[in-house]
Design a protein around this ligand. Structure first.
Ligand code: SF4
Length: 103
């Protein structure tokens, strides 16, 4: 990973991928492993993940890559096709068009 000299080691409103420093970078690498372990049919597509994470970036519940409402790393939660935002009302929804969704 190339080092962005403008990226902070600590950032309350950042995603893990935007933070630098050994701890944040190794945690982000681990989360990418968790995401790869999600069965492909349950993994949200890139466009959906980006839309969800853009909502998280502007959310007051985001703290150092973690959602304060559910305790999840938002990059992991957003990668699950059937997860939604825990806020009321949700700032992003589960993918209702997912073929396995029977709701
Ligand atoms: S409340 Fe929703 S939008 Fe806010 S950080 Fe948590 S998952 Fe993201």
């Amino acid at each position: 990973m190339t080092k962005d000299i403008h990226a902070p080691d600590f950032c309350l409103r950042c995603l893990l991928r935007e933070m630098r420093g050994q701890e944040a970078e190794s945690l982000f690498a681990e989360i990418q492993e968790w995401i790869r372990a999600i069965p492909e049919s349950y993994r949200a597509d890139g466009k959906t993940v980006n839309m969800r994470l853009n909502a998280c970036r502007t959310c007051p519940q985001l703290a150092e890559g973690v959602c304060k409402l559910c305790g999840c790393y938002v990059e992991y939660r957003a990668a699950h096709v059937l997860r939604n935002c825990p806020d009321l009302p949700p700032r992003w929804d589960a993918d209702e068009s997912w073929p396995g969704n029977t709701v």
